[in-house]
Design a protein around this ligand. Structure first.
Ligand SMILES: Nc1ncnc2c1ncn2[C@@H]1O[C@H](COP(=O)(O)OP(=O)(O)OP(=O)(O)O)[C@@H](O)[C@H]1O
Ligand SMILES: [Mg+2]
Length: 419
């Protein structure tokens, strides 16, 4: 079964966490200071953007210091019962088994509405008298709701790690997965994620899972689009949608156009609808959507768009009848688009070789790439000496030679012979 790499490769120890060294040091010092008695601030408030390791840093710290770790989502503290349980835990430093305790209250921003103002107040009251370290986490600490709570906390900001740090983590994961990745490829993935390690790891998995090698070409083709967080959510809404309306709404959220969304759905339906009847039904819906797409192309009547949308979203969502959901299945990038962009690059290469041939032979570049290139390929593969002579005469660049012979080794041999 598949496992999300963010979970499979979740850092266990602090030395696996990239970035925020100073902030992590501050947290560590503060936790350790409890050994000498209760510090002035009994809680710390960690804040910063999503996916940069706030939660996992605290987990790793508790692991490294061998502490009893109590982790909760702040939104669990809406009921009086839960608050009392929290108060009970916070009233003792030592745990039953002799270890020291640390309490994490995560996702504080999740508390909303008037009822929850009680929640923040209850948390504040507990922090004031806590007998063990409490860590609070939120994306922003400066929400007015927290103004009173802030007074009792040591504020520590987590920042987005630099791209170089993210690359290090991606490298490590590739190592574990037995993937040989070019640094340029990982750099690209890291830069795209803009410091969000979680989404960088997700991207990496979508692009590299099952591969032995990862090159820049394998990742650069989706560079024209923004972060695809939303596309994953959109796909989830469609492939796991319970209602037609919900599935249709997904289209408005998508940051890709309808044709592209069609490709994404088409690529991912087979893996996510495993029951054959469900799959047949979904593919049927997609094929009808595709017929309407064809009609739009033929007639330019964009009124058909609504049918395309209905069939490819609601039609697919409603196909799910018998498929059992077990485990987590990653979404894949549409291969068809990848192939198209690859063949586009290939056509460009053929044409530029055609230009070189044109210069010497006075035929059009298009004709040269169609009619001469295949012969060139045979010659290059069979006779390196002749290949070197021809390459020199045609003034082919090294990457063109590589493309014509289709093997790095032979290309090197030819280039060596040329000089
Ligand atoms: N700095 C990091 N070093 C290594 N892995 C990281 C780092 N940040 C995030 N990750 C990966 O991303 C996953 C999610 O990280 P984490 O839950 O700590 O993010 P967060 O900052 O708490 O985000 P949120 O605000 O959404 O809760 C981790 O399980 C880990 O796989
Ligand atoms: Mg978190």
């Amino acid at each position: 079964m598949f496992a999300a790499w963010t979970v499979k490769h979740k850092p266990k120890s602090l030395n696996e966490i990239v970035g925020n060294k100073d902030a992590i040091q501050k947290v560590t010092d503060w936790i350790k200071s409890w050994g000498k008695g209760i510090p002035k601030k009994r809680a710390i408030f960690l804040y910063g953007p999503p996916g940069i390791g706030k939660t996992v840093a605290v987990e790793a710290l508790a692991h490294d210091l061998n502490m009893e770790f109590v982790e909760n989502n702040a939104s669990d503290y809406r009921t009086e019962d839960a608050v009392n349980r929290f108060a009970g835990l916070a009233s003792q430093y030592g745990s039953l088994f002799g270890g020291k305790r640390i309490i994490l209250l995560d996702e504080l921003d999740g508390l909303t509405g008037t009822a929850d103002r009680g929640g923040v107040k209850a948390i504040t009251d507990i922090v004031k008298t806590a007998q063990c370290p409490i860590v609070l986490i939120a994306n922003s600490a400066y929400d007015p709701r927290f103004s009173n709570l802030r007074l009792y906390c040591l504020l520590i900001e987590f920042k987005k790690p630099a791209a170089g740090d993210v690359v290090k983590r991606l490298e490590w994961i590739c190592d574990q997965e037995g993937i040989q990745a070019d640094e340029s490829a990982l750099k690209f993935v890291a830069q795209r994620s803009e410091g969000d390690v979680r989404s960088a790891v997700n991207d990496l998995q979508a692009l590299a899972q099952g591969k032995k090698k990862l090159s820049y070409e394998d990742v650069s083709w989706f560079g024209y689009r923004d972060r695809q967080d939303t596309i994953f959510n959109v796909l989830r809404m469609i492939l796991y949608g319970k209602t037609c309306v919900g599935a249709k709404q997904a289209v408005d959220m998508a940051d890709v156009d309808i044709d592209m969304l069609f490709e994404w759905i088409y690529e991912n339906v087979p893996a996510h609808l495993t029951d054959p009847r469900d799959l047949a039904q979904a593919m049927d819906a997609l094929s009808i959507a595709d017929v309407y797409r064809g009609r739009i192309r033929a007639t330019q009547d964009w009124g058909f768009t609504r049918y395309v949308i209905d069939y490819m979203t609601a039609g697919v969502a409603m196909a799910r009848q018998n498929t059992k959901v077990h485990g987590w299945i990653p979404f894949k990038f549409p291969e068809r688009i990848q192939m198209l962009s690859r063949s586009r690059a290939e056509r460009a290469m053929q044409l530029s070789i055609g230009q070189k041939i044109k210069r010497k032979n006075h035929i059009s570049a298009a004709r040269a790439s169609k009619q001469v290139l295949p012969y060139l390929r045979i010659i290059f593969k069979n006779d390196v000496n002749m290949a070197a002579g021809l390459a020199k005469w045609l003034d082919l660049a090294p990457e063109m030679i590589g493309y014509v012979v289709g093997s790095e080794e032979k290309a090197k041999e030819i280039i060596d012979l040329m000089s």
